[in-house]
Design a protein around this ligand. Structure first.
Ligand code: SF4
Length: 276
């Protein structure tokens, strides 16, 4: 198949995670921009529905945070999953304070130069309160991932580091100190088990060095090998293209064998508007 190869000027946590997981997937998705119609997992319909509900849930919270009353939001939480997530969100002790005390920036986008690229991130919520800044990320995973897995994800590294690099306008023109930052993953189905990741200057330095190195690698890469971890192919859109199998893995298998919920993560660019 002949494909056009694009120049990539912007990097995100998703593209960097793809690059680390499988350089070939990165190439197919971001350089060739190849959409290949393999089904990622079975059963398809159920997963699609879960993904759509996850996207819708993000939109409901965003609307609530910008001022739409809870009663109005509740009317739109009209499936069992949405109802449960919305109730969990409202009743969560960990989230109780965010609306009352903090200055909130829901769905904030930050970007900064990174080597030859621009690094860009879209945050579910950045909340600033008395010298402390918290990054919230809503997850509708069916399984609570391990903290060890989460802390190593590019999302955790990119979101905190980029807030140091590009968040000064949220802090009266002064860059945030890494020690002011905490990232919280809040799980809609595990509302009392959020994952909290504070930050330090040493972690920031390490993260930014890694990001610069990755940017340089991406800019000069000439080969994009297929991952050796065939487990990753089981749920990959491109597996028939790579001749790594036609049949998709199923969700139970995914959840049993790996922290596969990344595959069902909400992609902000896909979230549509809801008319209130
Ligand atoms: S099928 Fe496997 S080798 Fe091919 S892009 Fe996906 S993860 Fe990489």
């Amino acid at each position: 198949m002949k494909t056009q190869t694009f120049q990539l000027t912007t990097l995100s946590q998703s593209s960097l995670q793809d690059y680390l997981d499988c350089a070939q997937r990165f190439k197919l998705r971001y350089l060739d921009r190849l959409s290949y119609p393999a089904i990622e997992t079975e059963p398809t319909l159920e997963n699609e529905k879960h993904q759509q509900e996850g996207e819708y849930f993000h939109r409901l919270i965003q609307q609530h945070l910008i001022g739409i009353p809870a009663e109005q939001i509740a009317r739109f939480a009209n499936t069992p999953n949405l109802q449960r997530w919305w109730e969990n969100f409202q009743n969560s002790k960990d989230l109780a304070g965010i609306k009352t005390l903090a200055v909130m920036y829901p769905e904030a986008t930050l970007s900064a130069p990174l080597g030859k690229h621009r690094l860009l991130a879209k945050y579910d919520l950045i909340s600033v309160e008395q010298g402390k800044v918290t990054i919230y990320d809503w997850k509708t995973y069916r399984k609570r991932p391990r903290n060890e897995w989460l802390v190593a994800r590019m999302q955790t590294r990119v979101y905190r580091a980029l807030l140091v690099q590009a968040g000064a306008h949220l802090n009266n023109g002064r860059p945030f100190e890494p020690e002011q930052i905490e990232m919280i993953y809040w799980f809609a189905d595990f509302p009392e088990e959020p994952a909290r990741f504070p930050y330090t200057a040493a972690q920031f330095q390490r993260d930014w060095d890694v990001l610069l190195k990755l940017s340089a690698e991406v800019a000069t890469a000439s080969s994009y090998p297929l991952t050796e971890d065939r487990q990753k192919c089981l749920f990959c859109t491109y597996r028939s293209y790579c001749e790594r199998g036609i049949q998709a893995g199923n969700v139970e298998q995914a959840e049993a064998e790996m922290e596969a919920e990344e595959l069902f993560d909400v992609n902000f660019e896909q979230i549509g508007e809801i008319a209130f």
